[in-house]
Design a protein around this ligand. Structure first.
Ligand SMILES: Cc1cc2nc3c(=O)[nH]c(=O)nc-3n(C[C@H](O)[C@H](O)[C@H](O)COP(=O)(O)OP(=O)(O)OC[C@H]3O[C@@H](n4cnc5c(N)ncnc54)[C@H](O)[C@@H]3O)c2cc1C
Length: 445
């Protein structure tokens, strides 16, 4: 690994930022090593559909190696990165250390629980493929357990799904969950009184989709409410236990499943690597995306704190993609003996889907809703998905769900209880005792 003639660029993270950086570096005279603890790239914008049993996990994931078949100067390394030795220019992994000439850090973000007691232990985050599958398993298991539960209070608790955070992920997931319940689960669980099911969306702010135009926020609220979601605004969560969400106003909402979509932050692991951290645990970088004092190191995507108009850029895929392209371009310039150029973000707009036939889009200053927004959302996500096979499978699944009100993906697989290799914060591993098998006292009934 140490003998190389062209400059070696190590990229940590095969998410949106890392992948686009590697693709763009492929055309430069460099040896590119893309390192990730998973051997696939996950298309996170569709993760909530895996959790809502609309799509299979493999339909939104793509093996990284196959993406680079035709780019011989890009190699993939499956490894968990434990640290970075900036002085010796080495990436420390759970395998051998990897030397580099240039480094791009693109490890993304993790769920931010804002110190709410019990949230990290009991809530279901939605940040990784394993977490999406774990949440799907939990939802399906709750229905299976509810069928056998004669005690109405416990049954209602099993059938209450609280979602914390009314941003795009919370809104999209709430809509998809209602459609899962109203569509296939009504037929699967005909013995259950589905009026006992509650989907509650908790948001601390005065409206959903903070940051979008008022018209879109009002539309999302009205649409979800019409779908049967209990949307509670001005509602702050103070604690989460195994069986309930506690609110700041003293209300206790009994719920076995709490989904956490309230916030994201830089990975605390990266904070131990001695990099300069800014707000939300992100790494502060120069306008060129370089680390101050280390012109050979770039930080991009969710992990990077870059300001635009005095505000940090949001943690979104287009930001990560554009930064990946800029970092690659700048390393190319450095290799050619030129100075790196500053990063400028071009906002491509925001798209949110709220169940079938309904979306909210903010594009070039224009806001529109309903069917056209939904169609645009479908088209954009289909085009952006990596791999023709994935696009085709997703399209077939969407069409099937749409025309037959039927989600084909409702298997509770035993493998869902096996934590993926190297997963840092696996809900599956942590909560395995709660999935598939009811707790002892509840099984006895
Ligand atoms: C549920 C959900 C829905 C979203 N929906 C949208 C949307 O609709 N539109 C939008 O624009 N954005 C959306 N986002 C945000 C968007 O996905 C992120 O902003 C984007 O993925 C950030 O890209 P990134 O490259 O910084 O990190 P990521 O894409 O998260 O990739 C990070 C990679 O680093 C790897 N990694 C992390 N730590 C290590 C380590 N120590 N060792 C080795 N590998 C490591 C991970 O395995 C991962 O592959 C959504 C995010 C989520 C979670």
């Amino acid at each position: 690994m140490t003998e190389h003639h062209q400059p070696r660029v190590a990229i940590v993270g095969a998410g949106f930022g890392g992948l686009w950086a590697a693709r763009n570096l492929a055309r430069h005279p460099a040896e590119v090593l893309l390192i990730d603890r998973h051997n696939y790239h996950c298309f996170l914008p569709l993760l909530y559909q895996v959790a809502a049993a609309e799509l299979e996990p493999e339909e939104i994931a793509h093996p990284v190696r196959s993406i680079f078949w035709k780019l011989p100067n890009v190699q993939f390394v499956l490894a968990g990165v434990k640290g970075v030795d900036l002085a010796r220019r080495m990436v420390e992994t759970d395998g051998p250390a990897i030397p580099y000439d240039y480094l791009i850090l693109a490890t993304g973000s993790v769920s931010h629980f804002f110190g709410v007691p019990g949230a990290a232990e009991h809530a279901f985050p939605l940040k990784t493929l394993e977490q999406g599958v774990a949440l799907r398993t939990r939802i399906l298991c709750c229905f299976e357990r509810a069928v056998l539960e004669p005690h109405s209070e416990r049954r209602r608790r099993l059938l209450t799904f609280a979602i914390v955070g009314g941003g795009p992920t919370g809104v999209e997931f709430a809509g998809a969950l209602v459609e899962l319940i109203r569509g296939p689960l009504v037929k699967d669980f005909s013995r259950l009184d589905l009026r006992e099911v509650r989907v509650i969306l908790l948001e601390a702010a005065d409206g959903l989709l903070v940051g979008l135009p008022e018209r879109l926020r009002a539309y999302a609220f009205a649409r979800l409410t019409r779908m049967g979601v209990e949307v509670r605004l001005h509602t702050t969560v103070s604690q989460i236990t195994r069986e309930a969400v506690h609110l700041k106003d003293g209300t206790i909402v009994p719920a076995e499943t709490v989904v956490w979509t309230a916030g994201v932050r830089g990975d605390p692991l990266v904070q131990t690597w001695g990099l300069p951290t800014a707000r939300a645990g992100r790494v502060a970088v120069l306008p060129s995306l370089q680390l101050s004092g280390h012109p050979e190191v770039y930080v991009i995507g969710d992990l990077a704190h870059v300001e635009d108009g005095g505000k940090p850029l949001p943690m979104l895929a287009p930001v990560a993609i554009q930064q990946g392209v800029t970092a690659a371009h700048n390393i190319g310039r450095q290799i050619a003996g030129q100075d790196p150029a500053p990063f400028h973000y071009r906002d491509p707009g925001t798209l949110v889907v709220i169940g079938r036939n309904a979306g909210a889009v903010h594009l070039r200053g224009r806001a529109f809703t309903g069917f056209p927004a939904w169609v645009l959302w479908l088209g954009v996500h289909l085009v952006k998905l990596i791999g023709f096979r994935n696009r085709l499978l997703v399209l077939i699944n969407w069409a099937w769900n749409y025309f037959f009100y039927e989600h084909a993906v409702r298997l509770i697989l035993p493998s869902a209880n096996v934590p993926a290799s190297g997963s840092r914060q696996s809900v599956i591993g942590r909560d395995a005792s709660r999935e598939g098998v009811a707790p002892k006292e509840e099984q006895d009934h």
